[in-house]
Design a protein around this ligand. Structure first.
Ligand code: SAM
Length: 224
């Protein structure tokens, strides 16, 4: 992987922040260390790449705050042989982090331009265990289901039933959900049996809206 480099001072400070904020999973910290976040943002944002904050990307979307990427990745309780589905590829950064931890990553993005950029960027950087699809991620990717874990990086009004149905028994869905369009609770939903789930509240978060058939129907938060 030619693009991965020895962490400079900014990256070391960034890793220290993640650890200080409570990220304990060594594999998550190692993956965050390995993936060059600066390669997933535009030239104007490069100098902020190791700030612990979200940054703007194309189509009015964001690359998530690194702490939140680490928190959601840790919350999925991943094992090396797992297959993971991500909804909301955005820049492709979180998919790259996941690809360092598990065997296979599938990721879906609704904006064609973002999906194309993420696909090209991930291929250029050599992340060859990630597949990017352009489409409505609230419906999942049935062709590759079931998944050991699913992460949704945009906030919807409710937990999409299609995603729960695409988890293995024992699988984990990490998703921001809530009735307000820009404010959600981060939930971990575990599929404990064919028809039962358990839900844990991991705290308050703010994500861009999840737009789709089992999400918000438009950017104003209408569910028509
Ligand atoms: N994980 C991304 C990264 O590492 O850069 C950040 C994702 S950004 C916070 C959320 C993304 O979800 C946006 O790119 C948005 O277009 C996408 N999105 C919203 N609704 C979607 C849907 N139904 N299916 C797929 N992507 C969706």
């Amino acid at each position: 992987m030619t693009s991965e480099r020895h962490p400079g001072k900014a990256k070391q400070a960034f890793l220290a922040i993640l650890a200080r904020r409570g990220i304990k999973d060594k594999r998550v910290l190692e993956a965050m260390e390995a993936v060059p976040r600066e390669a997933f943002v535009g030239a104007r944002q490069t100098r902020y790449a190791y700030d612990d904050s979200p940054l703007p990307i194309e189509e009015g979307q964001t690359i998530s705050q690194p702490y939140i990427v680490a928190l959601m990745t840790e919350a999925m309780q991943l094992e090396p042989d797992n297959t993971v589905l991500e909804i909301g590829s955005g820049s492709g950064y979180a998919a790259a982090v996941l690809s360092r931890i598990v065997k296979q990553v599938y990721t879906i993005e609704r904006h064609p331009m973002l999906a194309k950029l993420a696909r090209e960027r991930l291929a250029d950087l050599g992340y060859d265990n990630v597949r990017v699809l352009c489409g409505d991620g609230t419906l999942g990717w049935p062709e590759h289901a079931p998944f050991d874990a699913i992460v949704v990086t945009a906030g919807g009004p409710r937990v999409p039933e299609s995603l729960v149905r695409q988890l293995v028994i024992g699988g984990r869905l990490v998703i921001p959900t809530g009735p307000a369009i820009h404010q959600q609770k981060l939930l971990r939903i575990t599929r404990v049996s064919e028809d039962e789930t358990e839900s844990e509240d991991l705290g308050g978060v703010r994500f861009v809206p999840l737009i789709g058939e089992e999400g918000w129907r438009d950017t104003e938060g209408r569910m028509t």
